[in-house]
Write a protein that binds this ligand. Structure first.
Ligand SMILES: C[S@@+](CC[C@H](N)C(=O)[O-])C[C@H]1O[C@@H](n2cnc3c(N)ncnc32)[C@H](O)[C@@H]1O
Length: 276
């Protein structure tokens, strides 16, 4: 219900409501110096719930353990939001490595430029004004044709955390192709998805959680008729086909808890692939 009401507001109003709601707590933290350097005020964290610092640290471990991230790597964070993954990487990437992040929400990029890039010169952030029904309705540019602003074979590691879960099929397909283009041969990528397969579909019917995808669009499913991109799930076979077409070999899938699994790795499904 809370989510439904939240989605009724246009994007700028939603961001403003959040700022106002958290203002007292944010003022309290600022006055008492309780917010660690680089961590945004709660009212500015538009990327969803959960502990901003702990989630970032957890994913830094996943990047190393599942995708072999090393301190000297050139890293790309697609849909970097407000720096949740970038911040822990500042303590990991060394002077031979670098970080690039881009996102379609200007306030997130502004925060990262001011609070991260100024302190870590090998960290760069770019605002890319693309349309998304949940995050940016002021720009009308289609992410389905977007060419990443990077050279071919530039990166050792590319990741997307909770980004393909908010994008439409033509956009996901284009991004997978672009990821394949900018990865070096042998480079790895970690992407999170809600993956539809027999197990997750059965669980959604027999043991539904709050995260289900009742709107069946064939090879993908939508959580809400109200906002297309609020949560999108994709068929495992469709994802694998698009990856292979882009020269990416799926190496590991760690299935998540979202559909009510008893045994799971994280909340969303994590897919690790490598460029052949
Ligand atoms: C749930 S947030 C996750 C942010 C970040 N990856 C993290 O884990 O903290 C989803 C992000 O995807 C971004 N996004 C949505 N569509 C995008 C697109 N076409 N290109 C780049 N970023 C996009 C949103 O602006 C938002 O920052």
């Amino acid at each position: 219900m809370k989510r439904f009401l939240y989605y009724l507001f246009p994007v700028p109003i939603r961001l403003l409501v959040r700022r106002i709601y958290y203002l007292p707590a944010d003022l309290y933290d600022s006055i008492l110096g309780k917010r660690p350097q680089g961590v945004p005020p709660r009212g500015k964290i538009f990327i969803g719930p959960g502990d901003y610092v702990k989630l970032g640290e957890k994913f830094l471990r996943y990047f190393q353990e599942l995708a072999g991230l090393k301190p000297h790597y050139k890293v790309l964070d697609v849909g970097c939001g407000i720096g949740r993954m970038a911040l822990p990487l500042t303590g990991f990437i060394n002077k031979d490595g670098s970080y690039e992040g881009f996102d379609i929400v200007k306030s997130g990029i502004d925060w990262c430029e001011k609070n991260i890039a100024t302190r870590f010169p090998n960290f760069q952030f770019q605002y890319t004004g693309l349309y998304n029904q949940l995050y940016n309705t002021s720009d009308k540019v289609d992410a389905g044709n977007f060419v990443f602003p990077y050279l071919d074979s530039e990166f050792d590691f590319v990741f997307l955390t909770s980004v393909f879960t908010h994008m439409m099929p033509a956009e996901v397909e284009n991004y997978i192709n672009e990821i394949g283009r900018v990865m070096k041969p042998g480079a790895t990528s970690l992407m999170s998805f809600f993956i539809l397969n027999n197990e997750s579909k059965d669980l959604m019917i027999n043991r539904p959680t709050h995260m289900n995808f009742p709107i069946n669009k064939g090879f993908y499913g939508l959580h809400s008729a109200q906002v297309d991109t609020a949560n999108v799930a994709y068929d495992e076979e469709w994802i694998q086909e698009k990856l292979l077409k882009a020269g990416l070999k799926p190496d590991i899938i760690k299935y998540g808890q979202w559909c009510g699994r008893d045994s799971y790795f994280d909340y969303q499904d994590l897919l690790i692939c490598s460029k052949v």
